[in-house]
Design a protein around this ligand. Structure first.
Ligand code: FAD
Length: 382
């Protein structure tokens, strides 16, 4: 992937925004268990971050995917995992389907304000009995004239307590399995919607995660994204964007973590010399750098395929799987080389260690990535 001076300038801008608008507030937001999305998002929108690849007719930048790679790598360097995840929900998890398949009216009403940072979006797929197996969802939207009547529960929804609208996946017909699902834009100010619980998490604590309840909630059928009955397929496509941005952010986070650890081992004296003078420490960090380089290169190959209009399912699956695993290894090693202080909450390594665990679960667990890959490779027959 060839980057130009324009890309370099964009990278610098994003890094500055992260350092100015996110990093100084991380401690406060982590303690609060939430960050103020309605304050932060308009600031990100000012530099175009919330609609990089989206149509300028709705306020997007009309840029290509190479800018999304840079955005991911740079926002991933932030001092926590929670806020980058929440931002990527807005940009690459809850809105791609609406941009791709939504009617102009729906985009005007919900996408444009999301790109301006005025509305916060969430993606609502997972349920208490349906996570890895998306086809097992039970939330129903039954048609009554021009309206859907929605009943059900969604679980672990990022931005869930402060979202203005959800990209909801619901069953819209009695057909089981992969058929009969639709994606619907659900405004959270409609009667029948409630946040049942704000969830307490191991990591990504600055991001709010919620259980949501829908009881006889009425939403116009006109809020359906794309084709009625094609929701599962549309969501599977949207998952590819989710997995790609997660992999890009992960590489940015790992790179920053190793850089910070190198600084630390150079100055920390143990046995009368800098920790970095031990060959074991040098080789371990050098090996991580090599692995991060390979992951970055793989991500960019994936991005090039996406830019070329190819189906990136295989690339996105492998990128998410491998960066998720590498993230855990990097976090563990960085903490180890910091010793006791690395285990303290006052040191960034503790948070990074906790936050790093999510990538192997959210957006499809490692085993789900392996399942997709095994299917693509024709392993297992059926
Ligand atoms: C912090 C956080 C934020 C999230 N945000 C959102 C969100 O915004 N929107 C949303 O819709 N969802 C969200 N999720 C949900 C997330 O996508 C699911 O947790 C994930 O897909 C796994 O589903 P599950 O938790 O139901 O696990 P299960 O489906 O119960 O799976 C449990 C474990 O079983 C293993 N497994 C699963 N399938 C197989 C298999 N075929 N073979 C072997 N092993 C298998 C995996 O190790 C998996 O971790 C979030 C989750 C977390 C933790």
């Amino acid at each position: 992937m060839q980057f130009t001076a324009e890309h370099d300038l964009f990278r610098k801008t994003v890094r500055e925004v992260v350092e100015r608008e996110i990093n100084p507030y991380v401690e406060e937001w982590e303690s609060a268990g939430i960050f103020p999305a309605h304050d932060l998002f308009p600031k990100l929108a000012e530099v175009g971050l919330l609609g990089l690849e989206y149509d300028p007719a709705y306020g997007g930048q009309g840029a290509d995917h190479s800018f999304t790679v840079i955005y991911g790598e740079e926002v991933g360097r932030a001092g926590c995992g929670g806020v980058p995840m929440a931002i990527s929900v807005q940009t690459d998890m809850a809105t791609p389907s609406l941009h791709r398949f939504g009617t102009p009216e729906l985009k005007e009403r919900y996408l444009a304000p999301a790109i301006r940072g005025e509305m916060v979006a969430a993606i609502a797929v997972t349920e208490p009995d349906a996570g890895s197996d998306v086809a097992a969802i039970r939330t129903r939207a039954e048609r009554d004239g021009d309206e859907w009547i929605i009943n059900g529960t969604k679980l672990y929804i990022t931005n869930g307590t402060q979202a203005d609208w959800l990209c909801l996946l619901a069953r819209t017909s009695a057909e089981g399995g992969y058929r009969g699902m639709s994606q619907i834009v659900v405004p959270t100010d409609s009667p029948g919607f409630s946040v049942s619980r704000k969830l307490d998490k191991l990591g990504n604590r600055s991001s709010d995660t919620a259980e949501l309840s829908f009881v006889d909630m009425r939403v116009p059928v006109a809020n359906t994204i794309g084709e009625i009955g094609r929701g599962f397929q549309q969501q599977m496509a949207q998952f590819q964007n989710e997995r790609m941005i997660a992999a890009y952010m992960s590489v940015g986070g790992m790179q920053a973590a190793v850089e910070r650890t190198i600084d630390y081992v150079k100055q920390r004296q143990v046995f009368g010399k800098p920790l970095a003078d031990n060959q074991h420490v040098q080789f371990t960090l050098a090996e991580l750098i090599a692995e991060i380089d390979v992951a970055r290169a793989y991500n960019r190959t994936c991005a090039e395929a996406y830019l070329a209009g190819q189906d990136t399912t295989r690339y996105a699956t492998i990128a998410k799987l491998m960066t998720g695993r590498l993230n855990r290894k990097v976090a563990d090693t960085c903490l180890q080389f910091h010793g006791g202080v690395g285990y303290m909450e006052e040191t960034w390594t503790a948070r990074y260690f906790r936050d790093s665990r999510l990538l192997s679960i959210g957006g499809g667990a490692d085993e789900v990535m392996l399942r997709v890959l095994a299917q693509l490779e024709g392993i297992g027959g059926s």
